[in-house]
Design a protein around this ligand. Sequence first.
Ligand code: MN3
Length: 268
Amino acid sequence: MGLRRAVGRVALEATAAGRILVGSSTTFVTSSSSSLTSSFQNSSQHNRHQNFPNNHFCLTQKGSQRHNCTKATLPDLPYDFSALEPIIDAQIMEIHHQKHHNTYVTNLNVTLEKIAEAEHKNDISSLIALQPNLKFNGGGHENHSLFWKVLQPKKDYSDPEGQLKQMIERDFGSFENMKKKFAAQTVAVQGSGWGWLGLNKETKTLHVVTTANQDPCITTGLVPIFGVDVWEHAYYLQYKNLRPDYVNKVWEIVNWKQVEENLVKALM
Ligand code: MN3
């Protein structure tokens, strides 16, 4: 009840301060995270109205500034360049993140600017001509952003649990079978591409697929929850021509907790 009263009071204060409240106060009341409670408890009288639950105001702000929100940025790695050693060495990680991924981000932003310009001019031909660039650089950015997050230092490794474990066992027979299928298909990618574990949202089943180049997993109709980059830049400095060794070693550094989070989000 304390939280309810506090939330109601803050909503009133914010209204008095001239804030635009898009949602009803019910939205605030139904939000019951502990961080919300503590943010109210810790806020002073002076700045309390700035501590709204961010899932409310950020959505509003994003919506009203949609055209300023399209610039892509290179995400930080969630660990040091050397953190995945000895499975993936620091030199590969640094070049891969700082050079390769960064180039996709740079070229994606150039493409987005051109798309905005073409949209502004209602230039359909240019919009169509820009699609391959968007797919390649947008795909490169999205794919790598997911890839970094589903890896973690070997010392932190643990097998899949919960819903992820259950769905893998249901759809592949066992965790080992899924890994075998994933590795076989991913190693067999001709040229450059990606191996994926993805969710079919309609049937709520997991599948292994591959894509060429930087085509994102979603182009196969599946929502990606895990992926492995098999472009040579991802392994050649360390594994040379031995792509199978690289793919099979990656299993030791998969962050299955993150993969499960991705699954839960994809199921929503
Ligand atoms: Mn790559």
